[in-house]
Design a protein around this ligand. Structure first.
Ligand SMILES: Nc1ncnc2c1ncn2[C@@H]1O[C@H](COP(=O)(O)OP(=O)(O)OP(=O)(O)O)[C@@H](O)[C@H]1O
Ligand SMILES: [Mg+2]
Ligand SMILES: [Mg+2]
Length: 471
């Protein structure tokens, strides 16, 4: 049974001020209702003016998603009565959106490239936020700091065929938005998704307001199972809106289609239509993820996997380019595999790592001043210090302090002798032709030298020692 998924994504645009007034959007640590004015409070007689930057950001997204920008687009009033909306209508766009008909390339479940069509993008204002007081209170509080924050709603065609595809689409979209610099992914609630899902031939269900990618994938996976079970039992899927309960990983019915509001949309009389089609041509886009990935492979000679990982986040890609010079392939392995793994383990951001230090470490590795194993130890020491907020010690300093420089032959000759003497069985096995025995002996020496010996060199020396012994 074919699964059909379409998404509506609300992106919070990272402008300094709100969509229709000059109130600051940076209210994160501030008291409720301190970023408001007559316009975003919807007081009678207040008139909105469109934030030029928000329109520009919308157009950047439109251009990056290969969309068409019509000659004219228009704001509309969406009427509903709820305390988060002081005007009793939301200013949004309805039948004349900012842009239409785009595409995003993703990988399907078989690993092939496929296009997800974008139906439209439009600008709208965020409503306020209701705060429900716990403990059986008879009232709720409302905070209008968020009221009027610019949102870009991106609507896709129902082109995704599995919850995993939906997740990959969102990842891709998020990367593009970060490259465009129109969106601050670290801000809570900066991307909220309504996920529509149906099984071929049945009604669709809309799961509203999911605030994480994992949440979208989980909610959709739950819905696939729920809807299949209904059909298996001979029941029907009803057209309805559902909520996702993040904690329990399930969706629950919110309202059926018949209970939907009639929003009585009409053109916003206080704002003139936007005529911005010409503006699009003048917008310069930065290099986007696909182009950057291809350039990384061509320019630095690195693998597709490394290029994908490194360009998946613009900050990481910039970081890589800052340290790539000495040896691009070595740098790709260390940044994409080792460093990223160590950062994830510590829940650290790449921004906390000084590129100069990684360049220095790569230099030590390249000149074989330290071994890979000792390099990892140096890196860990360094990141632990950064994570504690201590000054970030340089790799050379750590290497010297900890004595992690590559061991010289004369330094580990006695250790090799000791290991050979202590493991006669392994020596015997090696002589009998077992390759694994040599690796074991080398491992023992590595352990005693704390990874400071070069394993290849060591292999040669250990086997030489055993062979000489024999004579
Ligand atoms: N059969 C379907 N199965 C799954 N998704 C679908 C199906 N048909 C349409 N969709 C998706 O549902 C979404 C339709 O959103 P649209 O805004 O047009 O309508 P709506 O959900 O009724 O309106 P709104 O949510 O704005 O009140 C799109 O993302 C589209 O891809
Ligand atoms: Mg919808
Ligand atoms: Mg909508």
């Amino acid at each position: 049974m074919k699964t059909i998924i379409g998404l509506e994504i609300h992106v919070q645009l990272a402008t300094a001020t709100k969509l229709f007034c000059g109130c600051s959007t940076d209210y994160r640590d501030d008291e409720p209702n301190t970023h408001c004015c007559p316009i975003c409070l919807g007081l009678p007689g207040a008139l909105p003016r469109v934030n030029r930057r928000a329109v520009e950001y919308g157009l950047r997204v439109a251009k990056a998603l290969n969309m068409q920008v019509p000659e004219e687009s228009e704001f509309a009033r969406k009427n509903y009565f709820y305390p988060d909306l002081p005007k009793a209508y939301q200013i949004t766009q309805y039948d004349k959106p900012l842009a239409v008909a785009g595409t995003v390339e993703i990988e399907d479940d078989e690993g092939h490239e496929k296009l997800v069509r974008i139906t439209r993008v439009h600008l709208e204002e965020d409503p306020g936020r209701l705060v429900h007081v716990t403990g059986g209170s008879k009232y709720s509080l409302v905070d209008y700091n968020r009221s009027g924050i610019p949102l870009l709603e991106i609507v896709t065609e129902p082109d995704m065929r599995s919850p995993q595809e939906a997740r990959r689409f969102l990842n891709k979209l998020r990367t593009v938005l970060e490259y465009l610099g129109v969106f601050d992914g670290d801000r809570e609630g900066s991307l909220r998704v309504d996920a529509n899902i149906s099984l071929e031939g049945s009604e669709r269900v809309e799961v509203k307001n999911i605030s994480s990618y994992k949440g979208v994938e989980k909610a959709l996976t739950f819905e696939v199972t729920r809807q299949k079970n209904l059909l298996r039992r001979g029941q029907k899927v009803t057209r309805e809106t559902r909520h996702f309960m993040e904690g329990r990983g399930i969706t629950t019915s919110a309202r059926s289609k018949e209970e939907e509001h009639d929003y009585r949309y009409f053109p916003e009389p206080d704002l003139r239509p936007l005529r911005v089609a010409d503006w699009v041509a003048a917008i310069d886009l930065p290099e986007l993820p696909v182009a950057r990935k291809n350039r990384f492979m061509a320019e630095y000679g690195i693998s597709l996997n490394h290029a994908r990982t490194l360009t998946g986040d613009p900050k990481l890609a910039d970081f890589y380019e800052e340290v790539a010079e000495i040896d691009p392939v070595l740098a790709a392995t260390w940044v994409a595999d080792t460093l990223l793994g160590e950062l994830n383990y510590r829940d650290m951001d790449i921004a906390a790592v000084p590129p100069g230090h990684i360049r220095e470490l790569l230099g030590l590795l390249k000149t074989e001043t330290i071994t890979d194993a000792a390099g990892v130890q140096v890196l860990r020491e360094m990141l632990d210090a950064c994570a504690r907020g201590s000054p970030c010690e340089s790799p050379v300093a750590i290497m010297k302090r900890e004595g992690l420089g590559k061991a010289t032959g004369s330094e580990y000759a006695p250790i090799v002798q000791g290991v050979i003497a202590a493991n006669p069985q392994a020596v015997e096995d090696y002589r009998a032709g077992k390759k694994g025995a040599l690796n074991y002996l080398v491992g023992q020496v590595m352990k005693e030298t704390r990874g400071r010996a070069d394993p290849r060199e060591l292999g040669r020396i250990v086997s030489e020692c055993i062979d000489t012994d024999r004579v």
